[in-house]
Design a protein around this ligand. Structure first.
Ligand code: PEP
Length: 247
């Protein structure tokens, strides 16, 4: 089987301001032609609109960092997937570990968000990953399997779903799993997706957690890794493009 084209997605989290968002987006738009992977950026929702203008038709895709399940209504402070689509988003991250931890989102909530994203025509990037205690207890594969089964809607395809494996203990810490550990988890996710998707082989499986230009080549060459979800290193064009070039 031909591996799906890799995706390098930047999760800016609650960083950047309007001007720095535009400057970064502009640098990516100008350099996207020099990389052989798909690029996407997920800015804070308030900066989606200016970033969308700068990205224009460059081919760098836009994504939200979260969405509500409803199309609209009395949900103060929330953003619907239809609103993200309206601004030109292709993707939305759902179930990031920071959302799961800070906002109490469980698998059922994440799955409902992924379904809402599909209703709006967005591709959900569904995040899963074990804590350090779970890994130390030898439960990483079980935890990730149960998150995938609980968070990924059935019937999606390689064209409508991205899954990101992000071990919680590797996010923002500078620590990463070994290539063998990443390979084991990604192979397991691929197998579990076989029960949920018709074409599991085509679903892009991203690795996330302290990906940098210096470790990208090793991590991105692991079997069943089809790209990266990048936090800290997505805030500098040089680092983000360095990861893309190493992939
Ligand atoms: C993330 O939180 O999605 C992430 C991968 O963060 P970092 O790259 O900073 O570890």
């Amino acid at each position: 089987a031909v591996a799906p084209r890799a995706l390098i997605a930047g999760n800016w989290k609650m960083n950047m301001d309007r001007v720095s968002s535009e400057v970064l987006a502009s640098a990516l738009a100008q350099n996207v032609g020099s990389v052989a992977v798909d690029l996407a950026v997920c800015p804070p929702s308030v900066y989606l609109s200016p970033v969308s203008v700068v990205l224009g038709s460059s081919g760098v895709a836009l994504g939200g960092q979260d969405c509500h399940t409803a199309q609209n209504g009395a949900h103060t402070g929330d953003v619907s997937p239809e609103m993200l689509a309206d601004l030109g988003c292709t993707y939305v991250i759902v179930g990031h570990s920071e959302r799961r931890a800070d906002h109490g989102e469980d698998d059922a909530a994440v799955r409902a968000k992924a379904e809402a994203a599909r209703r709006a025509g967005l591709i959900p990037i569904v995040c899963v990953g074990e804590t350090e205690a779970e890994r130390d207890a030898g439960k990483a594969l079980d935890v990730v399997e149960s998150q995938v089964r609980g968070s990924v809607p059935e019937g999606l395809t390689g064209a409508t779903l991205v899954v990101a494996y992000e071990p919680v203990w590797a996010i923002g810490t500078g620590r990463t799993p070994t290539a063998d550990d990443v390979a084991a988890v990604h192979a397991h996710i691929r197998k579990v997706l076989g029960d949920l998707c018709g074409d599991a082989a085509n679903v892009r499986l991203l690795y996330g957690g302290s990906v940098k230009p210096g470790n990208a080549k090793e991590l991105m060459s692991v079997a069943n890794v089809n790209g990266a979800l990048v936090g800290g290193a997505s805030l500098k064009a040089e680092d983000f493009l360095g990861i893309a070039k190493a992939t």
